[in-house]
Design a protein around this ligand. Structure first.
Ligand code: C2E
Ligand code: MG
Ligand code: MG
Length: 587
């Protein structure tokens, strides 16, 4: 609906101009920061609305001052009632900027309602400035002196001129909603918004994005670095009664959990100025224990940290502007396919490559991750790479694998306990079966600690034989006594063979240790039996054995021979021997 001059006069006479309030929200925390005051005609029948031509009609007929007074006065008194220190943004018409008394009028009005000017932001459109820059400068200076903040409204439309930004002491840029509305659909709009935010930051100004209607727009603006947002997504302009509830409600949900209020780390890191952020990133970059670099799409080093430069064996500065192929030709063939995929936008992590040999001639392995970096229009602008030397890690893994092999394949099912030592005979792994049954436990079985578990009498011979085996590479076969958990000394037999490296050198010994106590006891028993028999045979020179039909006689010498084979063998052989001739004792 269009308002005519008669209606306007009547409306102003009846004090029908009222403020509506639209929330201004901190994008990273979702917190309400204040409201923009927008004029509405509180029509007695049609309710509050903004006639298309209201502001223009008031301006043309010298009534904008009265209109502003009615609207701002009610806004100051209303917001002054709200708890906290919410800000208010008011709009000034271009013509108002030419009233010499404007700043004093605003001051008086705010003072009348006890509204502190530090909480007031004055929005000015660029067209207002163009007409008389000098006068605008004077008024802007006065407003600033009074403590008000200055905001350049609808930035990017109309008469945008960077000269205005330079000429007037602005605190804030308001990105026009025409860009914000198109931002998620048109790349150009997104680039313009990014450029305005960047311009604001580089001039030390905060940015407010107008006309945010969707979650997605809010997310993109947060990502681009805009501090504040305003739009239907957060709330339409509303009368005072409605905004009381808004002021009392909890923050709007933010784009990421990471950025939620109360997460001090995220908040403080995001509050840093761009230069601080840069310095912070550089410090992280240089101090990182992994190699880091950023390549442009032509695979040239744009930046890298010292760690990576060291890994590549050249200085940081000698990398810059050079391609990966130029700097690490021996690696390039392996990494090229991943670099090309990353340039196309694919993130790839955890790829292992053999690394270039170190100066010392040592080879090893590196683990690389490739993360494409996108601009605000989602185009890849380079690749961020991290490189970690995993040589030691791989070695440790290899050892673990070997240990597991010992454990799984030999340890549990076998009566023998497998072991593994290095070339010097230091124990690297022992089956858990051994560890469980020896009081010495895992700690002393490691390294050369297993020797401590040996019987003192067996220690010297064991060391001597071990040394010889380690020196010559001949298989180990030794016996020694070890105390078991119940305190009993038990005989063990340990046997092992060496494994050889590429140059024929011994790299490992693999073997097993077996409890031979039963066997040893049997042998001792046998030895004792034999000894007893010898004594007996000495006392009886000839033995006659008869089955009743044949007679068999065994001489002492024959028996002595048989004793070498054990008692069973003895009896068998005795049976098979024929007696020739003479009568026997006991016949
Ligand atoms: P503005 O200062 O740029 O105000 C923002 C305009 O965008 C408001 O229109 C607001 O309702 C609208 N808007 C806010 N969020 C959204 C959204 O998400 N989507 C869309 N489509 N629109 C949104 P409104 O209230 O119609 O005001 C229009 C213009 O009139 C204002 O533009 C301002 O320049 C002027 N104006 C309003 N109140 C006053 C006043 O008290 N004094 C003066 N001098 N000018 C005023
Ligand atoms: Mg405005
Ligand atoms: Mg605007």
């Amino acid at each position: 609906m269009v308002i005519d001059l008669v209606d306007l006069h009547r409306a102003l006479d009846n004090d029908e101009m009222v403020p509506h309030f639209q929330p201004l929200v901190e994008l990273r925390t979702g917190k309400l920061s204040g409201f923009e005051v927008l004029a509405r005609w509180n029509h007695p029948i049609n309710g509050p609305f903004l006639p298309e031509n209201l502001i223009a009609l008031a301006e043309q007929n010298g009534l904008i001052g009265i209109l502003s007074q009615q609207v701002f006065g009610k806004a100051f008194s209303a917001v002054g009632l709200l708890p906290g220190k919410l800000g208010l943004s008011i709009n000034l018409s271009p013509v108002q900027l030419h009233y010499g008394t404007l700043s004093r009028q605003i001051q008086d009005l705010a003072a009348g309602f006890d509204f502190p000017l530090e909480r007031l932001t004055v929005e000015i459109t660029e067209s207002a400035l163009l007409k008389d820059l000098q006068r605008s400068q004077k008024i802007a200076g006065e407003l600033k002196e009074m403590g008000c903040r200055l905001s350049l409204d609808d930035f990017g439309t109309g008469y945008s001129s960077l000269a205005h930004l330079q000429a007037l002491p602005f605190d804030e840029l308001k990105i026009d909603r025409s860009f914000v509305g198109q931002m998620t659909k048109r790349r150009e709009s997104r680039k313009i918004v990014a450029a305005i935010v960047g311009l604001g930051h580089s001039l030390g100004l905060s940015t407010v994005a107008e006309g945010i209607e969707t979650d997605e727009q809010s997310d993109v603006l947060l990502w681009l670095g805009s501090e504040l947002g305003q739009g239907w997504h957060f709330g339409r302009p509303a009368p005072f009664e409605a905004i009381c509830a808004i002021a009392a409600r909890s923050p709007w949900p933010t784009a990421h959990g990471l950025l939620s209020p109360g997460n001090d780390w995220a908040v403080s890191s995001l509050e840093a100025f761009p230069t601080q952020r840069l310095a912070q990133l550089q410090a992280i970059y240089d101090g990182a224990p992994v190699g880091l670099c950023f390549l442009d799409c032509a695979l040239r080093y744009v930046s890298l940290n010292r760690r990576l430069a060291e890994m590549n064996g050249a200085s940081v500065s000698s990398h810059l502007g050079k391609t990966v192929q130029e700097m690490v030709p021996e690696l390039y063939q392996n990494v090229e396919p991943y670099l090309l995929r990353a340039v196309k936008g694919e993130a790839i992590s955890g790829v292992e490559f053999p690394r270039p040999k170190l100066e010392s001639g040592e080879d090893g392995w590196i683990l690389c991750s490739y993360q494409p970096a996108f601009d605000e229009a989602d185009e890849v602008i380079g690749i961020s790479i991290s490189v970690m030397d995993v040589t030691e890690h791989r070695q440790a893994k290899e050892e673990l694998r070997e240990n597991e092999f010992v454990e799984r394949n030999l340890g549990e099912m076998n009566t023998q306990s497998p072991w593994m030592t290095d070339a010097e005979g230091r124990n690297l792994a022992m089956s858990s079966q051994w560890v469980r049954t020896r009081p010495a436990g895992q700690a002393t079985t490691r390294d050369l600690g297993w020797l401590e578990a040996l019987h003192l009498d067996d220690l010297k011979p064991t060391i001597k034989r071990m040394k010889k085996a380690l020196r010559t590479g001949e298989p180990i076969d030794i016996q020694y006594r070890v105390q078991s958990l119940d305190g009993e000394w038990r005989w063990m037999r340990s046997r092992g063979t060496p494994r050889f490296g590429a140059q024929g050198e011994i790299t490992r010994w693999y073997g097993s240790v077996e409890d031979i106590q039963e066997q040893k006891s049997a042998e001792t028993e046998l030895r004792e039996t034999k000894a007893k028999m010898r004594v007996l045979l000495k006392a009886v020179p000839v033995v006659l054995i008869s089955d009743g039909i044949n007679r068999q006689v065994v001489t002492i010498e024959a028996l002595a021979d048989d004793l070498g084979d054990g008692s069973c063998g003895l009896l068998k052989r005795v049976k098979s021997k024929e007696l020739r001739g003479s009568a026997a004792i006991g016949d």
